[in-house]
Design a protein around this ligand. Sequence first.
Ligand SMILES: [Zn+2]
Length: 95
Amino acid sequence: MLRLRLNPESPAFTAVDVHETFLEESLITPNPERARELMNAFGISLDELLDLAVTHELGHAICHGGSEFQAELVGSRLREGLHPGCAEKQPVSHE
Ligand SMILES: [Zn+2]
């Protein structure tokens, strides 16, 4: 994951080029120690974290990679029950 410049603490990632999303086993079959680590790191329950991870990674898939901002925007719309596209761009910084 470091070689791919991904956060090794993240429980999920999408390899857009090969059309695959990887979810850490602990999201689906939790072991108590890792579940506690993940819930502490993200501040939400494991069920909520699974929803967050799947919708965020779907955001990357829908945006063909996209930025973290775009993936999270699409993910949040999916969690709201909407059917987002990937048209929205990251706000332009004026700094
Ligand atoms: Zn992401």
